[in-house]
Write a protein that binds this ligand. Structure first.
Ligand SMILES: Cc1ncc(COP(=O)(O)O)c(C=O)c1O
Length: 383
């Protein structure tokens, strides 16, 4: 009641994905479950308990706010790591709460160690190094100063990790860039080792790099999109199965997003459907209005492009997606009526719809559409 759509989260699919991914990284590598962006739209309060059930006890988030949300549902034995934004004012809070965090510039490092000294509690640091992504990370030309300072302040921090992030490992076009990043990371790593600063964990990989470049796996992998059953890109999928085309997809989407038909009506030949003139009926058609629009997380970019399932058939979105509705063409489906189930992502009868089946923009859409799913759409865990 009171919602125009709902989301089902499959425990079975999640377990399947974790099994597959754990098998790839081996038992000596820690699986960090990336639960930023409200667990890629799946709901952090759903995913963390499922992950813990599957034996995962390390979680990666972007910000202090997300770490705080994770803490509310995490077991006290689990760890949370902030990979991005932490305001100066949040550093003490992070140290007090045993939260691990990335440090990627001197100012944050100084403030973290000052806070640790003041609190008489070690800061749990992951030192992020810049290897070519050019977002955050210490540059190689600062490594001498960095290592000197860290050695001098050794009593005030736990050296939890030495890490970096790759610039688009999901696209084979970035092959050279990724290879250079691996080489530079190794150079950093050797420098730290030579100076007797040994991190507890070396970690560089997210889903795509772990799936394509086995030498990026190291001591921990930060798995985001793939744990939720999505390939980072069609290339990643193809790369894994280039030798055995008969292999079925081992990743199972754990999220289904469903709504129902609000209105069914006919539109005469020669009439435009919806705002503006992006869809012209070239014959008499039957349309269904679905009460899900861009305010509900269904991107406007899917106007005239998206697909949904009704009565086990795939039907196209026609016209522009509006704030609260989309319109689909149901001309070929007999008996479609108000109240019929609509699957926006997921399976109906034997038909399946994934975001990536929409179009070539799919990689962007996977991440974007999932993380834009509003937190207030009700989510239910199903078998
Ligand atoms: C630093 C970092 N590590 C890991 C990930 C997880 O990436 P993926 O969802 O491709 O597995 C992200 C996601 O953007 C990230 O920013």
């Amino acid at each position: 009641m009171f919602h125009t759509s709902y989301i089902e989260i499959s425990r079975k699919a999640y377990r399947n994905n974790i099994r597959y991914l754990k098998n790839i990284i081996g038992k000596d590598t820690i699986f960090s479950s990336v639960v930023k962006g409200n667990a890629y739209g799946h709901g952090v309060e759903n995913v963390i308990p499922l992950a813990e059930e599957a034996g995962i006890s390390h979680f990666s988030v972007f910000s202090a706010k997300e770490a705080n949300d994770a803490l509310k549902v995490m077991s006290p034995h689990s760890q949370v790591m902030i990979m991005g934004m932490l305001d100066d004012a949040e550093i003490e809070w992070a140290i007090k709460n045993d939260i691990q965090f990335f440090v990627f510039e001197m100012d944050r490092l100084h403030k973290s160690l000052e806070a640790a000294r003041m609190l008489k509690k070690k800061a749990r640091l992951h030192i992020e190094v810049e290897t070519g992504f050019h977002r955050t990370g210490f540059e190689y030309d600062t490594v001498k100063e960095l290592v000197g300072y860290l050695k001098q302040e050794r009593a005030h921090f736990e050296f939890e990790g030495l890490c970096t992030h790759y610039a688009g490992a999901e696209s084979l076009a970035n092959y050279l860039r990724i290879r250079n990043q691996i080489t530079l990371y190794r150079k950093f790593s050797r420098y730290f080792t030579r100076h007797n600063l040994i991190p507890r964990l070396r970690h560089t990989a997210g889903s795509a790099s772990a799936l394509i470049y086995p030498n990026t796996i190291m001591d921990m992998v930060r798995f985001g999109i793939s744990q939720y059953g999505f390939w980072p890109s069609p290339e990643t999928h193809m790369f894994r199965f280039r030798k055995d085309v008969k292999e079925t997809n081992p990743l199972k989407r754990m999220l289904s997003w469903k709504s129902k038909v609000m209105v069914v009506k006919t539109v005469e030949k020669g009439k435009f459907v919806g705002y503006g003139s992006s869809f012209l009926a070239n014959k008499r058609i039957k349309i269904a209005i679905i009460p899900v629009g861009y305010a509900n997380g269904f991107s406007r970019a899917l106007s005239n492009t998206g697909r949904v399932l009704i009565r086990g058939r795939r039907v196209p979105v026609i016209g522009t997606v509006t704030m609260n509705t989309m319109t689909v063409n149901v001309t070929d489906i007999p008996n479609v009526e108000r109240g019929d189930e609509v699957v926006i992502i997921g399976t109906q009868n034997r038909m399946s719809i994934s975001i990536s089946s929409f179009c070539e923009m799919s990689e962007q859409l996977n991440y974007q559409l999932l993380t834009r799913l509003p937190a207030d759409i009700p989510r239910f865990i199903v078998k």
